[in-house]
Design a protein around this ligand. Structure first.
Ligand code: IFM
Length: 441
């Protein structure tokens, strides 16, 4: 049996990612809380992981003991700016303690400034549809970055703007008052303006800041590669889902199948690209699905499915995503800002982690500038419209008692982080079923 270790370059960041609403608890002043109370989600966030009550300390201990040297978390706009004209200095102080807490544990923080949640006052003003949305966001960003800059210089302006816009204004599963493709387009355009304004504001405040955003990137293949209709649908879906932000940051024009929007100020506004990768979609022409522009996205029946079939384990997709990023932005540092799987019983997670990290290693060995990997997530957290039905944590969470439950993946990921690599022994121990794939003779 071959013995080997796939090592990563010195200084590689190994971390986990979380977001405020999903872990803090009692985020009563944002639009998601209202959406939950109005019955749109599978359960409510409630106390979540009780980070606002102080349990971030024990979870950061877990991250540090697990050898992680980075953590990505988000700050909650609705806590920091509870009304348009007030700031909550205590909330900012709380985030400062969390950042200090990470630093004291030897963990480099990446702070996300917008991760799906908006203050209720902003939502009531129609949120990102509003003409002044970017200006309002920039005001919040300036205040927050100024308050936190002592402890953080690694910023992610907006998480998955494509998912935010499409899950809300097209699919209707995220909070919105209205729906429509034209509104989704407007919302993404305003988010881009907000991102660009934030990028410049952060650099004004902090010269050495590294600023980017996190793109949910979905590689896609046509159901039948010989079918012109499947290929057409694949291209429409691919461009509609993936390309709004990347096109505008490359050229200053946001391209989408629904139309192009000139946003010249967005050009060049990233110091790194954050890639959130989970799976690959297959696309087929479907005359009965006008809502998704006549395309149907699915996973093939013989996929290696996660517990609720939300994710198909397709490790090659993370390599392809990185390759796409390198071709689109040569030389730009890339961080895998999210990658993970929902798996309450931890049956698939060990192989999902090992296989994806193996593909990241392949990318690094092509000299692609991948600088870090953040597993989603450190501990089970509130999974938006799917509530608590999906468990992405390395650590499990008993929502009733707040007890953390150790899963085997905790130890696997800790061994990877501490070794700065993935070894044949680890794979043999935690996921022998993929040993021959990862270490062929
Ligand atoms: O939990 C989410 C996260 O908030 C954004 N990216 C995908 C994750 C898993 O669904």
């Amino acid at each position: 049996m071959p013995q080997a270790t796939y090592h990563f370059p010195r200084g590689f960041l190994w971390g986990t990612a979380t977001s405020s609403h999903q872990v803090e608890g009692n985020n009563t002043n944002n639009q998601w809380w209202k959406w939950e109370q109005d019955g749109h989600t599978d359960g409510t966030s409630g106390l979540a992981c009780d980070w606002w009550g102080g349990r971030w300390r024990e979870d950061f201990d877990r991250a540090a003991e697990g050898g992680q040297n980075a953590h990505r978390f988000s700050v909650e706009w609705s806590r920091i700016q509870p009304t348009p004209d007030t700031w909550d200095e205590d909330a900012l102080e709380r985030y400062r303690s969390m950042l200090r807490g990470l630093r004291e544990r030897g963990i480099t923080p990446m702070v996300t400034l917008h991760h799906f949640t908006d203050p209720l006052w902003f939502y009531e003003m129609d949120g990102w549809e509003h003409d002044e949305a970017a200006v309002m966001f920039e005001k919040f960003v300036r205040k927050t970055v100024d308050a936190l800059k002592e402890y953080c210089s690694f910023w992610c302006t907006i998480n998955e703007p494509n998912v935010y816009a499409l899950s809300g204004y097209v699919a209707g599963v995220f909070p919105t008052k209205r729906r429509g493709l034209n509104i989704a387009l407007r919302v993404q355009a305003n988010m881009l303006r907000g991102h660009a304004a934030a990028y410049r504001a952060i650099h004004e405040i902090q010269k050495d800041a590294r600023v980017g955003y996190a793109l949910h990137y979905r590689p896609m293949v046509a159901h039948n590669s010989w079918s012109p209709l499947d290929r057409l649908m694949r291209n429409i879906q691919y461009n509609g889902i993936n390309m709004a932000f990347p096109s505008a940051i490359s050229t200053g024009v946001m391209k989408s199948p629904m139309g192009n929007v000139r946003i010249p100020e967005a050009k060049g506004t990233q110091d790194y690209l954050g890639v959130n990768y989970y799976s690959v979609d297959t696309i087929k022409f479907d005359i009965t699905n006008p809502k998704e522009l006549f395309g149907k996205r699915y996973y093939p029946d013989d996929s290696d499915f996660s517990a609720t079939k939300f994710i198909a384990n397709i490790p090659q997709g993370i390599f392809d995503s990185i390759k796409w990023a390198v071709r689109t932005y040569p030389d730009l540092p890339i961080y895998i800002t999210e990658n993970g799987v929902e798996d309450a019983e931890d049956k698939m997670r060990p192989r999902y982690i090992a296989q994806h990290i193996h593909q990241v290693w392949r990318a690094v060995n092509f000299n692609f500038p991948v600088k870090g990997y953040f597993y989603w997530s450190l501990v089970d957290n509130f999974e938006w419209e799917r509530g608590w039905t999906q468990r992405f944590g390395l650590w499990g969470l008993d929502v009733e008692t707040q007890k953390r439950i150790k899963r085997p993946s905790v130890d696997l990921y800790a061994e990877i982080c501490k070794e700065n690599g993935l070894s044949s022994e680890m794979v043999q121990k935690y996921c022998p079923e993929v040993f021959e794939k990862l270490f062929p003779v």
